[in-house]
Design a protein around this ligand. Sequence first.
Ligand SMILES: O=P(O)(O)O[C@@H]1C[C@H](O)[C@@H](CO)O1
Ligand SMILES: O=c1cc[nH]c(=O)[nH]1
Length: 362
Amino acid sequence: MPPTIQAHEFKAHCRTTPKDDEDETDVHMRSKTRYADGTVKLRNPNIELMDQDILYHVALGSESHDLREMFGDVKFVCMGGTPKRMENFAHFIMDEIGYKLPAGTQLQDISEFSYRYSMYKVGPVLCVSHGMGTPSISILMHEVIKLMYHAKCIDPIFIRIGTCGGIGVDGGTVIITEDALDGHLRNSHEFTILGETVHRPAKLDKKLARELKSLASADDPYDTIIGKTLCTNDFYEGQGRLDGAFCEFTETDKMNYLEKLRDNGVVNIEMESTIFAALTHHAGIKAAVVCVVLLNRLNGDQVNAPKEVINEWQQRPQILVSRYIRKVLAQHGQLKSLFGHHGSIKSPRRFKLVQQESQAHD
Ligand SMILES: O=P(O)(O)O[C@@H]1C[C@H](O)[C@@H](CO)O1
Ligand SMILES: O=c1cc[nH]c(=O)[nH]1
């Protein structure tokens, strides 16, 4: 049984959140979120007092599984909305980093029996689906951050691979988030904890964003840009769409709003970036968000690109992230088979074959 913790003790333990306008230096943050050997330290003293920690929504537990043995080598946690995208990414990254599964085995959905999220592990890369919106990704992230702690992972890097609507940006463009903004254009995420409003900075790693951008190739038949991302709690009214079940504003209101976003440097809209940035920053985890644009919202609301086109677009953030993973592994002499110089990519055609294979296994 977990120990009982008095409310005032709990508050004293947990009230480490900086105020709105405060920030923490990297050194201060590191001492809060890392042990001396670089393994993840939780900002919650209750967990280590518990006999076991059940990561219910990913169907894992600190006593039922040897989490250190299973996940201790994880360096990159890649997440995206759908189970299929993350399964495809797992197959793709396996090929890209030359990772070989033990003979006679195939990739398995580790969280299959949670019936909530999907999780695949390819050597140092964990590929997890997070569902749609803040509540879904928030639950997943608490459990995955705890997983990093139980597994004693060293300095893991989290990357969200998503889709979004563009503001003055065409479908197929890849956008790396510079700052994640909430619906009030604040660079923070608003939590309600014990009935109180708490803001945590929605900070992503700027250096990582620049590094990802540097891996875009002049030969890519699409643009890769960096900009601000608006995060909303809804796809329809929350993103100023006229085509939801309800709409109580005019097209002019909508366009004025989108123009205002553009004037504030917002280039895309999605639904997870502020919570993703806030939780990773609070955990001292380096993180980035890379999304592909499905439509230019200045031209409409409906996602009407053909399925095959959308499928090809969704591979683009994955290609960029795989270049980054390959580069880091190569720097550490951990790339099992190097094909071409680091940062080079396989052709999209080859990726398609990998996807078809994985679909054939469905
Ligand atoms: O990662 P995905 O493609 O799920 O991200 C965006 C934001 C919402 O989750 C969803 C809305 O269609 O797509
Ligand atoms: O317009 C869009 C497209 C994808 N995801 C979003 O949240 N919005």
